[in-house]
Design a protein. Structure first.
Length: 309
C-alpha cells in the first residue's frame, strides 16, 4: 500500500522554457505568397498545419471555410518541442503522440512557483536525470538520475544475454519546494531515439492510500475489417491505458479529497498509486469518483483514470 497522489499540472508556456535545443518549428513558416499543394505542411505559432486543398493566401489560423470553399488546412497539433506538454488539437487531445529526438531530450523549465513533484510517462530512454538549481547557490539543490532500463538478473546468462527490463513511467515527489528554481530534465537514449509521451510538474497532493484491488487496463482503437474472401484489413490506431485505483482514506479526508478532485476535473493531471511501481503512474483524466459512507472512520473509493499519453 502507498499514498495515492495527484499532481495538477502547471502549464508550460514558451516563457517558462528557458533552455531547449529542439526547434520551435517543425516545418517552414506559412507564407501567404506561396502556392501550397495538398499535403504541404507549415508551422504557425508552434502549431503544425497540413494543406487539404491547393491554396494561396489562405492563412491556416484565420481562414474560414464555406460550403463553396472547403477548409484549406487541418490542425495537426503542437510542434515536437512542446508535444510532451500539450497534445491538444483544438479541444481534442491526441493519444499516441510524443516528443522525440536523437540520443537526448535536454531542456530547462522555470516554473515561477513552488513545486515538489514531477512525472514523465511514455518514456523511451535508458535514463532520466533531474537537476534543480536556484540563484545564488553554487551546487544543485536536487540532482538524481533514474535508470529506465536494466538487465534482467537471476543468473549470469540472463545478465549477458537476457532482454532488458524497462520502465515507461517515472514520478518523484521529493523536489525541494523553492519558488525560484530552474528544473533541468535530461532524457538519454545513447545511440537511439529519446522519447517522452507527456510530462507534468506541480504540487503533489495526497488523496488517500492506494490498496490491493487496483487494476490495470488497455484499450486499443485499431479496426479490423474482414472481406468476403476471408482476408482482413487492419487499420492501426492508438491505444489508451487505464487504471481503476482502489483507495482507502479516513472519514475526515473525504471532503478535502473531493475538493482536490474537483480542482482537476477534466484537467490532465499526474495520478500515482505508488511511485516505485511505474505502471501505477499515469497522466490523464479521471472518470468516476465513487465512495461510500465511512465505517469506523475509514472510507473506500474507486477512481478510474484514463491516459492521455
Amino acid at each position: 500500500m502507498s499514498q495515492m497522489k495527484v499532481v495538477p499540472g502547471i502549464e508550460i508556456t514558451p516563457a517558462k522554457m528557458i533552455v531547449n535545443a529542439l526547434p520551435d518549428m517543425d516545418y517552414p513558416a506559412y507564407d501567404p505568397a506561396t502556392a501550397y499543394k495538398i499535403g504541404d505542411r507549415v508551422t504557425v505559432d508552434r502549431i503544425n498545419y497540413e494543406a487539404t486543398v491547393a491554396n494561396t493566401g489562405r492563412n491556416p489560423v484565420t481562414d474560414v471555410p464555406t460550403a463553396e470553399k472547403p477548409a484549406a488546412w487541418v490542425n495537426n497539433g503542437w510542434v515536437n518541442k512542446y508535444r510532451m506538454f500539450n497534445k491538444a488539437i483544438g479541444n481534442t487531445w491526441k493519444i499516441g503522440t510524443f516528443t522525440a529526438a536523437p540520443n537526448v531530450i535536454d531542456f530547462t523549465i522555470r516554473p515561477g512557483q513552488r513545486i515538489n513533484a514531477i512525472g514523465l510517462v511514455g518514456v523511451y530512454a535508458s535514463s532520466v536525470r533531474i537537476v534543480m538549481t536556484v540563484p545564488g547557490v553554487t551546487d544543485p539543490v536536487y540532482d538524481k538520475t533514474f535508470a529506465m532500463s536494466s538487465k534482467a538478473g537471476g543468473s549470469w546468462y540472463q545478465y549477458f544475454f537476457g532482454q532488458f527490463v524497462t520502465k515507461d513511467n517515472l514520478a518523484e515527489f521529493d523536489l525541494p519546494p523553492f519558488n525560484n528554481a530552474d528544473i533541468r530534465v535530461i532524457v538519454s537514449a545513447p545511440g537511439g531515439t529519446a522519447r517522452v509521451g507527456m510530462m507534468v510538474i506541480g504540487w503533489g497532493k495526497t488523496i488517500g492510500t492506494a490498496v490491493y484491488g487496483t487494476s490495470l487496463g488497455r484499450k486499443k482503437y485499431s479496426t479490423v475489417k474482414e472481406e468476403f474472401d476471408g482476408s482482413i484489413t487492419i487499420t492501426k490506431r492508438g491505444n489508451r491505458r487505464s487504471i481503476d485505483f482502489q483507495v482507502e482514506l479516513s472519514g475526515d479526508e473525504i471532503s478535502s479529497t473531493q475538493r482536490i478532485l474537483d480542482e482537476v476535473d477534466d484537467t490532465p493531471s499526474l495520478f500515482v498509486g505508488a511511485s516505485e511501481l511505474d505502471y501505477t503512474v499515469m497522466i490523464g483524466i479521471f472518470d468516476d469518483f465513487d465512495t461510500g459512507l465511512p465505517t469506523y472512520n475509514r472510507g473506500q473509493y474507486t477512481l478510474k483514470v484514463r491516459s492521455l499519453a
